[in-house]
Design a protein around this ligand. Sequence first.
Ligand code: FES
Length: 209
Amino acid sequence: MSRPSTYLQSALRTSLRATQAHIPKQQWSAQLQCRTFSLLQCRHHEAQIRQQKQAIRQRIRNFELLRRKFSYTAARQHGHLDPPKPGEELHVTFIDKDGEEHTFVVAEGDNLLDIAQANDLEMEGACGGSCACSTCHVIVQDEGMFDKLSEPDDDENDMLDLAFGLTETSRLGCQVKMSKDIDGLVVKLPSMTRNMQASDFGGQNPKHH
Ligand code: FES
């Protein structure tokens, strides 16, 4: 009597031969090709679904980053600044796009974006002062004063690279805080800035204004 494994192999061979005997060779090979093709199609679809899932996850991550950025923006309060304590007044002058000068009395620690917005000057501050746009670009008028400012960090330098009309004394207004060292600072608002609210965050073409 044969051993079980040998018996099984022989039974399989017999069944295969019987199946092959009932299906003509050409048909057998066509069926095989058809199944192989279906298998390949399934794998291809699987890969496509995997890619789509990855793309959706990436979009969710991007959306979440954007949502955090905007909630941070909303949380910031612009348009109101506490007045300086008596004897601690500092002065800053903005030259607007028409060349008109506006001088304000401000407190130590106020940043140029907040000062401009509190006084209705045209400074967009699209990212709310989180150093993620360049719409608060200002040009420091005096080189000596520019040297007294704290060094811009990498984030600010990256954003400044995107600013229109970049100069040797350009800074981002939201990153410049008033201090005694720069009392009397004079900055100019550039004639053009990049609108990042609709374009860069929404994926449309940038607008200039
Ligand atoms: S407000 Fe966006 S970088 Fe200053």
